[in-house]
Write a protein that binds this ligand. Structure first.
Ligand SMILES: [Fe+2]
Ligand SMILES: [Fe+2]
Length: 475
């Protein structure tokens, strides 16, 4: 049923299941890009030197097991190009080409738009590696250190995935864009990464867990919409990337779980919420981190109304989250939705929008629902510890740089206040320098097998059935 080999060959210089050896031109182009990638990894990748790390490597895309675990030196990791299996009967699920066979080559009129979508997605992958590069120096345990490197190498592989598409389908322009993906850098004043949230440094491990919970989750939703694409190689690429993303989500979700659990233990033990001096992260600081990471991640969905998003949908380039499970005409021409918009007098109005123009809003709402599940589980940990404090997601208008609430002064509870009031209260809503310094002071590396830092609880499960005290990393 598949037209591509299921097993990935690790003999080839670039492991792949796309029959790279049958396309000498493409193979040579990618072999030319590989040393540049390795140079980028050396300069912009993890700064902590390790001997080897217990890493997962993709070895198959089939249903029965796709990953292999072993200790490997990080620089010897085999980044490769893997697409999910091809469904030969797949048809386009939405837009004006609905029902037609999916595309194996790109129709000329959609070339520029598809290239842009792939470049924007591709740019986020190496950006996160750059943002997280110093975290290895302060890892709370070998288990966490291993997870950091796993996320990093897979984001590197996601870059490979996007570069394969650029090289394989977009000619010279695609090759130039592939080079530029290694030239832009997170936070660079001259050549920053394309999206704002990917130019912030991930400066501590609480930020890393929040990033993998909130910002990586945006990635999951973006990949979910590209998985629906009529351009089949993009769809299959994203489908496989989503398998790897599940681990990144797990790192974020259980990472915050473990911080909350440890904070709850310290609060009970010392009978105070002021656990900073006791080696824990106070709950109000965790809430401020949630406010920050959630609000900057919402900006990644773009403006609530977008003609680009509408055009991408109608053309079949980018669908909705779980498009095939939606019960409507998959054209959305006559449908409408409502958007809450802030009024000048501080109250909220409701605006009726064409569903087609509001696709970014649709995706953002799916994402927010998903984010709520984390809040619920973290509050359950507090409830079980008998602590009254509760976390909550801030209002979607809070601290926004993009969309109808950009430039408005909206509180986490959703009321509009004047600029001075907002500024005065900012310290209660977003991490202050003092908060960041406290968290930073807790970031003492623990590299001893089976040991863990003061501010986070050990995980309930290790990796691949191994215990927490397994030797995940050899330094
Ligand atoms: Fe990724
Ligand atoms: Fe990810």
């Amino acid at each position: 049923m598949t037209s591509v080999p299921d097993k990935i060959s690790y003999v080839a210089r670039i492991p792949n299941n796309v029959e790279l050896s049958a396309d000498r031109r493409l193979q040579r182009a990618l072999e030319g890009w590989q040393p540049k990638f390795m140079r980028w990894w050396g300069e912009m990748g993890p700064t902590l030197a390790t001997h080897d790390v217990y890493l997962r490597t993709a070895v198959s895309v089939g249903r029965d097991g796709w990953a292999h675990f072993e200790h490997v030196p990080v620089a010897d990791y085999r980044w490769g190009i893997f697409l999910a299996e091809r469904d030969p009967g797949r048809t386009i699920g939405f837009g004006e080409h609905r029902g037609e066979p999916v595309w194996q080559q790109i129709p000329g009129e959609y070339r520029a738009d598809l290239q842009r979508l792939i470049v924007v997605q591709g740019d986020t992958e190496p950006a996160s590696v750059e943002q997280q590069r110093h975290l290895g120096l302060t890892a709370p345990s070998l288990y966490d250190l291993r997870n950091l490197f796993q996320v990093n190498v897979e984001e590197g592989r996601h870059l490979w995935a996007m570069v394969y598409l650029l090289h394989g389908y977009f000619g010279r322009e695609g090759r130039e864009e592939a080079e530029a993906l290694l030239v832009r850098n997170s936070g660079s004043p001259e050549r920053p990464r394309i999206l704002g949230a990917f130019n912030q440094e991930t400066s501590d491990w609480l930020a890393f867990y929040m990033f993998t919970y909130f910002t990586d989750r945006d990635g999951k939703y973006q990949l979910g919409t590209l998985k629906e694409s009529a351009f089949d190689p993009l769809s299959r690429t994203c489908e496989f990337m989503l398998k790897e993303e599940a681990h990144h989500m797990m790192v974020g979700t259980t990472g915050v779980d473990r911080v909350v659990l440890r904070s709850a233990q310290l609060i009970s033990e010392h009978d105070t919420l002021d656990i900073g001096p006791r080696g824990g992260v106070p709950l109000d600081i965790i809430q401020k981190y949630i406010n920050f990471h959630f609000s900057v991640s919402l900006d990644l969905f773009g403006s609530e109304t977008s003609t680009n998003a509408a055009n991408y949908y109608t053309a079949g380039l980018k669908g909705r989250w779980q498009e095939t499970r939606r019960h409507d005409d998959h054209l959305l021409a006559g449908d409408s939705v409502y958007l809450d918009t802030p009024r000048a007098d501080g109250s909220w109005g409701r605006q009726e929008l064409s569903a087609l123009l509001a696709l970014n809003l649709d995706l953002r709402e799916e994402y927010i629902d998903d984010c709520e599940s984390g809040i619920k589980r973290w509050n359950r940990i507090l409830a079980e510890a008998g602590i009254e404090f509760r976390f909550r997601l801030p209002h979607p208008g809070f601290n926004r740089g993009v969309g109808v609430c950009a430039g408005q002064h909206i509180t986490p509870a959703g009321s509009t206040v004047d600029a001075a009031t907002w500024q005065d209260s900012r310290q209660h809503w977003l991490p202050t320098d003092v908060d960041l310094a406290l968290v930073q002071s807790l970031m003492q590396p623990v590299y001893e097998r089976g040991k863990i830092a003061s501010w986070v609880a050990p995980p309930s499960n290790g990796i691949n059935g191994k215990p927490f005290d397994y030797d995940y990393v050899h330094l």
